[in-house]
Design a protein around this ligand. Structure first.
Ligand SMILES: [Zn+2]
Length: 343
């Protein structure tokens, strides 16, 4: 983009002392991955895209549903009606308000087998996920490859975020060696206020901007685990300035999540659904549509195929991954998949 146009679009940000014209150029050269594009992911991606971060990679495994619209600000009713993958819908929305940056949509579940490919050329990784399994995986990868990442989470009226600069500050496993008890509740069980999402996203996105700017801005990075409850107005900060001695990731460099230890092939995902993790079973949607039509209602677009067979709803992705709604029984999900897709 030519200089004049940059100066105009980002003029209010360039006027801000912490950024300036040079900082704006650094942001334009910045590469940032948002892992998970639900509520927090939507909000951070939107803010960073408007700020002019040059390359945004949006990684998400899910598709848009009507119940997302209350808080997932990059999506609209049409996206939900079409069951568009969130990464695709987010990419389209962002391109409509900032066509001058590059948005890369990746419809994928971040797993040990693809994490290198999805994150190796990124400067900063931002957490938009809703589960500790993926967060520990990101943490292992970030610590191993010395890449900064930002943990961010929100549930109910509570939000929390932490900057992780591997080798310098504490990592996620330093602070939470195991999945923290209070955070096992999910949006599916405790609900969530859209307001807390935006607070946490705004704080995390600002920290990401400092990381991308580098230099002086790094001195302003927060070095605490910061949390707040927008309902009770309680706030807390826990020091996270140094790696913890004996940390599995930082000290022992034992990257169990990266090694995929004990990773299930089938996982619960949401209150009443199961995900079949499959990445290497390319599906021909037109062909599958023909096959399934006699067994239930089928509909597909370029990105997903949906199959309804009472009381189940199966969403199939082109790489063979599936989300089956209507059950929490892995066995039932697996047999449905085997019966209609293949075993
Ligand atoms: Zn650590």
């Amino acid at each position: 983009m030519e200089k004049e146009k940059i100066e105009q679009r980002y003029s209010r940000q360039i006027l801000f002392r912490g950024i300036g014209a040079e900082g704006q150029r650094r942001l334009a050269a910045g590469r940032l991955a948002v892992v998970g594009c639900g509520a927090t992911g939507s909000a951070v991606a939107s803010l960073l895209a408007r700020s002019g971060v040059g390359t945004l990679r949006i990684i998400d495994r899910d598709y848009v549903e009507p119940s997302n619209l209350q808080r997932q600000s990059l999506f609209d009713e049409r996206d939900a009606a079409e069951s568009l993958p969130k990464a695709i819908a987010a990419g389209r929305k962002i391109s409509a308000f900032n066509s001058e940056i590059s948005v890369e949509a990746r419809v994928a579940d971040l797993v040990p087998g693809n994490i290198e490919d999805l994150l190796e050329d990124m400067d900063v990784i931002l957490d938009g996920t809703d589960n500790f399994e993926t967060r520990y995986l990101m943490n292992d990868y970030a610590v191993k490859s010395h890449r900064p990442w930002i943990y961010a989470a929100a549930v109910g009226s509570y939000g929390v975020t932490l900057n992780i600069l591997p080798g310098k500050t504490a990592c996620l496993a330093c602070i939470f060696p195991d999945t923290p008890r209070g955070m096992v509740e999910t949006c599916e069980t405790s609900g969530i206020l859209n307001t807390v999402v935006n607070v946490v996203a705004a704080v995390a996105a600002t920290e990401a901007i400092k990381m991308l700017l580098g230099g002086e801005a790094l001195r302003q990075l927060r070095q605490t685990l910061w949390s707040l409850d927008v309902w009770t107005n309680e706030q807390a900060e826990i020091a996270a300035t140094k790696p913890r001695a004996g940390c599995r990731a930082c000290a022992e460099r034992d990257f169990i999540h990266l090694a995929g230890a004990g990773r299930p092939h089938v996982t619960l995902c949401g209150r009443n659904s199961v995900q079949i993790h499959e990445m290497a079973r390319p599906i021909d949607f037109a062909e599958m549509q023909r096959r399934l039509e006699t067994h239930g209602i089928v509909r597909h677009n370029e990105f997903v195929l949906k199959f309804w067979r009472e009381p189940y709803e199966m969403t199939l992705f082109p790489d063979g991954r599936a989300i089956i709604k209507g059950t929490t029984d892995a066995g039932v999900a697996r047999s449905l998949y085997a019966r209609f897709v293949g075993s």
